[in-house]
Design a protein around this ligand. Structure first.
Ligand SMILES: Cc1cc2nc3c(=O)[nH]c(=O)nc-3n(C[C@H](O)[C@H](O)[C@H](O)COP(=O)(O)O)c2cc1C
Length: 208
């Protein structure tokens, strides 16, 4: 039995290429065992809290090794519960489009909410930063209108390198990726890219 947390970052509903590929992963994951379950969080529908005021001050209190004020501690609860819920899964699936060479701002917002001292990473002068989300696999699906698998464009890809870096920062080591590109190409090229990605997604979702 395994619980998959699916973080969906496209707001395009059934038109989304990244979400479409994620469905292939999820179908295979569910078929692998009737005990497997999936929780979906679409970052556009979560009503994520602003990360400012007392919530932000609480983070700095923790980073400085100080106790938060009563107001900061109360505001921090909302952040902690989102991060704790994130941590409670056994494995993870993230699907995200490329937006302006990186990830959509709502996924960045989610990352800014859950990437917290004492929750998803720790720091001490002796050991430095350590990720706290350990021993769990994550698969990330990246859709892009253009093609970045070439020398001229690879340096413009701040989507996959950023997401992989921040996942590594909070502790993930087992990180799989599926790339869908170029989605804004002619129909035949688009269809070939989707077919290739869906085969990989089904394989990874089925645990092979
Ligand atoms: C706001 C916005 C910015 C985009 N920026 C890029 C970009 O920098 N590079 C690129 O190749 N495609 C870009 N695209 C195209 C999307 O990455 C592409 O359509 C992708 O397949 C969308 O995934 P989805 O269908 O899952 O939402 C952008 C699309 C939008 C809406």
């Amino acid at each position: 039995m395994s619980q998959l947390l699916y973080i969906q970052a496209s707001p395009r509903g059934t038109r989304s290429s990244s979400s479409d590929i994620a469905e292939h992963y999820i179908d295979a994951f569910k078929s692998a065992s009737t005990d497997n379950s999936v929780t979906t969080l679409n970052v556009w529908q979560m009503g994520l809290p602003e990360f400012d005021g007392d919530r932000l001050n609480a983070k700095y209190s923790f980073l400085h090794g100080q106790n938060p004020t009563e107001a900061e501690a109360a505001a921090w609860q909302q952040i902690a519960s989102i991060a704790e819920h994130f941590k409670s899964a056994d494995q993870y699936l993230i699907s995200t489009p490329m937006w302006n060479f990186s990830i959509p701002y709502k996924l960045k917002h989610f990352i800014d909410v859950i990437t917290q001292p004492g929750l998803t990473f720790s720091f001490s002068p002796d050991t430095g930063f350590q990720g706290l989300v350990t021993g769990k696999p994550v698969t990330a699906i990246y859709s892009r209108g253009g093609e970045y698998d070439n020398e001229a464009a690879s340096g413009m890809d701040f989507q996959k390198p950023y997401l992989e870096m921040v996942l590594g920062f909070i502790g993930f080591k087992d990180i799989n990726s599926i790339i869908v590109e170029p989605t804004l190409a002619d129909p035949a090229t688009f269809s070939a890219a989707m077919n290739k990605a869906s085969v990989t997604a089904a394989r990874l979702g089925g645990g092979t």
